[in-house]
Ligand binder design. Structure first.
Ligand code: NAD
Length: 370
């Protein structure tokens, strides 16, 4: 088992990563408990595959378990399910000193984390991330929240978990598509700040995809180390944390354009967004033309979506896509901000990116669909 510390003063916590952690969950979680009871919230898909194992592990340590399974999917990150989850936790008589467990992907982690943040003005929670995306990204860093009619993640809170248990063994039951979607975020870490990690992914990515647990352990651990470092230095995104949004300005526009449907999963949008951000960086003369080609080549070698041409169905034109970017909550004072790169592993926050260059990148990408 690997351990990565997220250093945030009295809100510090550990991310433990390894195979078999669900089976050890009782032992890992017991020291946090003031009474031997937990409430687990999961989704219906994860409940079938992993709730029995978690329940058995907790009960083996004498911990009583109450569990709620919500529908799987992004639509669950809603006011409706926030209310359902929070009221259920109240019905279970969860108190300030208790601990809530979030067992699932980013949807469950974000929703349950937010519910824990507002329940009795904040109860502790433990993340048990079960998707690659949740293990390398959403379970670490304390961003929690829901979607509203106005957009994604617009209502939420910073609420750090007390512990994260990332059992890489559970990734075996994940569909290849969901695995590769999470891999989009893994690649992002190499691209934003660790060129040697990207080199390693180019070599080991296929083994990782095929299920090699040594490679998976290393990839998840390195990703979490990078996220933990950034979050420790900039918890509330005043500066450096924005680098984690590499690829996300394009991604959010594409997710909106595709209605947050399964035409485009979040991590797929991130991967395409990273490729476009490198293309934009190259056109702005920040990096060589080989760098975006290398990014695209790796995504393609992994069997991932690489470009707008890989998104099924209609997409709006470049102006409409730019308008969708403009509603991005990362816009400061109405100016478009991009995370650009001076090369692989060298991302930075760019303000005032020329609109005509963004438009040209999108128009060329849209032309490749025809
Ligand atoms: P998800 O939670 O919807 O999981 C994807 C699918 O995989 C679901 O159908 C789920 O039931 C299934 N699943 C989960 N674990 C499984 C397993 N082990 N075996 C089989 N099936 C499994 O989606 P996600 O990709 O994990 O997360 C996406 C969400 O994360 C988005 O809402 C996004 O906004 C959020 N996110 C949050 C942060 C953050 O910092 N809080 C960062 C990135 C993304």
């Amino acid at each position: 088992m690997n351990r990565v510390a997220v250093e945030l003063g009295e809100r510090s916590y550990e991310v433990r990563i390894g195979p078999g952690l669900i089976a050890r969950a009782g032992v890992e979680i017991a020291p946090l408990l003031r009474r031997k009871r937990v409430a687990v919230v999961t989704d219906e898909t994860v409940a079938v595959a992993h709730l029995p194992g978690l329940t058995a592990a907790l009960e083996a340590e004498g911990i009583a378990v109450a569990a709620l399974a919500l529908p799987a999917g992004e639509a669950t990150k809603s006011w409706e399910h926030l209310a359902r989850c929070t009221e259920w936790l109240l019905d279970q008589k969860v108190e300030r000193r208790d601990v809530v467990l979030a067992l699932g992907g980013g949807v469950i982690g974000d929703l349950v984390g937010f519910s824990a943040a507002i329940l009795r003005r904040g109860v502790r929670f433990v993340q048990l991330p079960t998707t690659l995306l949740a293990q390398v990204d959403s379970s670490v860093g304390g961003k929690t929240g829901i979607n509203t009619a106005q957009g994604k993640n617009l209502v939420g809170a910073f609420h750090q978990p007390s512990l994260v248990l990332a059992d890489i063994g559970v990734l075996r039951t994940l569909s290849t598509r969901d695995f590769l979607s999470g891999y989009g975020e893994v690649v992002k870490y190499g691209l934003l700040g660790d060129a040697a990690f990207f080199d390693w992914l180019e070599r080991e990515g296929p083994a990782l995809k095929a299920g090699d647990e040594v490679a998976r352990l290393r990839a998840v651990t390195r990703s979490v180390e990078m996220k933990a470092g950034i979050v420790s230095r900039d918890e509330t995104e005043e500066g450096e944390r924005a680098l984690l949004n590499l690829g996300h300005t394009f991604c959010h526009a594409l997710e909106k354009a595709t209605g947050y449907s399964d035409r485009l999963l979040h991590g797929e949008g991130v991967a395409i967004g990273c490729a476009l951000a490198f293309e934009l960086s190259s056109r702005l003369g920040l990096c060589s033309q080989e760098e975006p080609s290398r990014v695209r080549a790796h995504l393609a070698a992994m069997g991932m979506k690489v470009d707008l041409a890989d998104i099924p169905g209609d997409l709006p034109g470049s102006e409409a896509l730019i308008a969708l970017m403009g509603q991005d909550k990362k816009v400061v004072d109405g100016r478009l901000r991009f995370i650009l790169a001076r090369g692989i592993g060298q991302a930075y926050v760019a303000e005032d990116v020329p609109g005509d260059k963004v438009r040209a990148v999108l128009e060329d990408a849209l032309a490749r669909r025809r």
